[in-house]
Design a protein around this ligand. Structure first.
Ligand SMILES: Cc1cc2nc3c(=O)[nH]c(=O)nc-3n(C[C@H](O)[C@H](O)[C@H](O)COP(=O)(O)O)c2cc1C
Length: 324
């Protein structure tokens, strides 16, 4: 059974990718994921903001201890360098340890930092870069056009700067989602990942505190990415990877049928460990045997909106029949 796929111009032995998370933050974990059959690994993102927060904490501590803060400009520079070199060590370690593609992931706040991070990541030997890019549309002074422009400005500069393939991992928080995905796909990026899932707030009703809601996804969350992979398949100029709610081999099959080139998993690895990738592959292989498919191209996109006999099904949004 041939499970190979070509994603971001890279040859993957299997379409199941370990998505960026704490399960991909060390060479040892990457080795295990490769051993159990991951087609590629997206390393845990390096967060510019995290570096900035750490710097602020240090500044605050120093200031309350009465330390002269002049030296801290240098410290900021040093901290960035240290964090980045930790990350480039991870890339180099992972590359040396496994033969599957290693995709680095960056999340930055300021556009010049994205470029500088990306250059260093390329230099460290990553096979591709995934941009974990999200600006929460909660700034009421920013128009839709301005909000969207922020994405294009960064992507266009980045694609011009690096020569390795760039994937873009986005949220579904766009006012004209289908058109936005299509426009993004025409910027020179090699793939779009639909969708990222974020830290979300909850409220503790006794302590009156904002807390964290569920960190891991549930299988029911598959529906959003499945709908949009199916709608966007054949309407974009790059690969599509599915992310969110993939908790078993059946969900991998569904995303491939919808038109995904590759499928990312994160929560299911936290729940079941890296060996679960092997199980998902077995489910996929058994299903392919049952339906007499010998490779992924035999069925990829067979259930996309363009190819299904019921394209309206993906645009159905109201539960009308339940009220009859
Ligand atoms: C604990 C945790 C940490 C994550 N860290 C990152 C990250 O650093 N960068 C990123 O792009 N996505 C991150 N994600 C998002 C996942 O890569 C994935 O897109 C999301 O969890 C949805 O997929 P899932 O349903 O398979 O979990 C993280 C998810 C979890 C649960």
């Amino acid at each position: 059974m041939d499970l190979t796929t070509r994603y971001l111009g890279l040859d993957l032995k299997s379409p199941i990718i370990a998505g960026s998370s704490g399960m991909t933050n060390s060479v040892k974990k990457v080795e295990q994921l490769a051993q159990y059959g991951a087609g590629a690994v997206v390393l845990k993102s390096i967060f510019e903001e995290e570096i900035a927060f750490e710097h602020e904490d240090i500044l605050q501590e120093a200031s309350s201890a009465g330390v002269n803060l002049d030296q801290f400009d240098y410290y900021d520079f040093h901290l960035r360098g240290e964090k980045l070199s930790g990350y480039t060590d991870l890339i180099q370690g992972a590359k040396a340890a496994v033969s599957i593609p290693i995709i680095a992931s960056i999340n930055c706040v300021y556009s010049h930092e994205w470029i500088s991070f990306a250059k260093q990541i390329q230099h460290a030997g990553a096979d591709a870069i995934e941009l974990n890019m999200f600006f929460l549309p909660s700034d009421f002074k920013r128009s839709v056009a301005e909000q969207e422009r922020m994405y294009f400005e960064v992507i266009e500069r980045l694609v011009d700067t690096v020569s390795i393939p760039v994937a873009l991992k986005i949220s579904s928080y766009f006012s004209n989602l289908g058109q936005m995905i299509q426009r993004l796909s025409r910027t020179g990026i090699a793939g779009v990942v639909l969708f990222n899932r974020f830290f979300s707030p909850d409220i503790d009703i006794d302590d009156f505190k904002v807390t964290s809601s569920f960190v891991l996804s549930t299988p029911g969350e598959l529906a959003l990415s499945l709908r949009w992979i199916a709608i966007m398949a054949n309407k974009v100029d790059c690969n599509l990877a599915a992310s969110t709610g993939v908790h078993d081999g059946e969900a991998v099959i569904k995303q491939l049928l919808a038109g995904a080139t590759a499928v990312q998993v994160a929560s299911s690895l936290y729940k079941n460990g890296p060996a679960f990738i092997g199980q998902m592959k077995e489910t996929l292989t058994a299903w392919m045997e049952k339906h007499r498919f010998s490779n992924l191209a035999d069925f990829r996109g067979k259930m996309s909106q363009e190819q299904t006999i019921d394209p309206a099904a993906y645009e159905r949004v109201q539960f009308m029949k339940y009220f009859k």
